[in-house]
Design a protein around this ligand. Structure first.
Ligand code: FES
Ligand code: FES
Length: 352
């Protein structure tokens, strides 16, 4: 069980009794009755479960079906029920969807509304990109895009502001120190949330059977689709050093925890072709969660990122306990999903 706290539609939520691999979608629908967030595919493909998650990096659209609850620690979640104002005033994207006939059966509509509201908050106008992860079977996209364009001229409503200082700050148990509970092992069913690479390295050496979770866009499906139990999990989202992109001479070090969306943003000018390729990576919601390290460590040489990275001569960096190791990315992949990674070793980044 895992303790955590986050804001849900502006209200603090504190939980102490949740399995670490419970999804936000299940929690919203089954515990909170927030059934506006729909379950379509339950694997990150349709966007019916889109919510807005805000942290120090700002708001972004994510799929609630492939988000484990501990990933929300200290963040603010807004569901479709929190998009209209407290007095019922519609958000500009909601009004525009009505005005432009953007909804027919309505099943996809909450997901579209949350994606559009997140983009509206960010001042985005690339509606085709933003909405490519939301599938609509009956309305057709033209009225929806027209609605998104029409809403763009309206200011973002004041009630959508969730600045980081409003986020709950609580002391959260990580299940123990760097190596788990003093002198012992991490109890099954608990989550470890390291904040430094050193803490993760020490803990993972002691718990090499654990599952490391970054964005959960793939591991989430092990739970929701394969119904696998993941008794021991470490969530890497709290390790700031893994999320850095650092110039090193004429090379660039990309931390394993850098999301595909952040990588696209960082490389738009310096690597326009690679950045353009990244816009073909899944969808906005998935790119906002998935990390380059997860794509490499959990994938194969024919994954989304590795072919281009190998072509650029990427070096991969691993950590095992106190040891570090670097190798050419192409030498990391031995066979399909078979990698040159020792037990207890994890990917810390890649250099291009
Ligand atoms: Fe389809 Fe989540 S239910 S993306
Ligand atoms: Fe029916 Fe979009 S309105 S699926």
């Amino acid at each position: 069980m895992t303790e955590l706290a986050f804001l849900l539609n502006g209200t603090p939520v504190r939980l102490a009794d949740q399995p670490p691999t419970r999804t936000l979608l299940e929690f919203l629908r089954e515990d909170r009755g927030l059934t506006g967030t729909k379950e379509g595919c339950n694997e990150g493909d349709c966007g019916a479960c889109t919510v807005i998650v805000t942290d120090a990096d700002g708001p972004r659209a994510l799929n609630a079906c492939s988000l484990f609850l501990p990933q929300l620690q200290g963040k603010a979640v807004r569901t479709v029920e929190g998009i209209a104002g407290p007095d019922g005033t519609l958000h500009p994207v909601q009004q525009a969807m009505i005005d432009h006939h953007g909804s027919q059966c309505g099943f996809c509509t909450p997901g579209f509304i949350t994606s559009m509201a997140a983009a509206h908050q960010q001042g985005r106008t690339d509606h085709d990109v933003v909405l490519a992860g939301n599938l609509c079977r009956c309305t057709g996209y033209a009225p929806i895009i027209r609605a998104a364009e029409a809403a763009g001229s309206s200011p973002d409503p004041a009630w959508m502001d969730t600045t980081p200082p409003d986020l709950p700050v609580v002391e959260i148990s990580s299940g123990g120190g760097a190596s788990g509970p003093a002198g012992g092992r991490q109890p099954p069913g608990t989550a470890f949330r390291p904040t430094t690479i050193d803490d993760l390295a020490a803990w993972y050496l002691d718990h090499p059977e654990a599952t490391l979770v970054a964005g959960a866009t793939d591991v989430g499906l092990w739970v929701t689709k394969q119904l696998r139990d993941l008794p021991l999990v470490a969530f890497l989202g709290g390790i700031a050093d893994l999320r850095q992109i650092t110039p090193e001479g004429d090379r660039l070090h990309i931390g394993a925890g850098v999301t595909i969306a952040a990588l696209h943003q960082a490389l738009r000018d310096s690597h326009p072709h690679f950045a353009a390729m990244l816009t073909r990576y899944a969808s906005e919601q998935v790119r906002n969660a998935a990390t380059i390290g997860g794509n490499i460590a959990n994938g194969s040489r024919i994954g989304d990122g590795p072919p281009a990275l190998i072509a650029m001569g990427a070096q991969l960096h691993l950590r095992r306990g106190d040891e570090t190791l670097s190798l050419a990315l192409e030498d990391f992949f031995l066979d399909y999903r078979k990698q040159a990674r020792q037990s207890g070793a994890f990917v810390t980044g890649v250099t291009i």
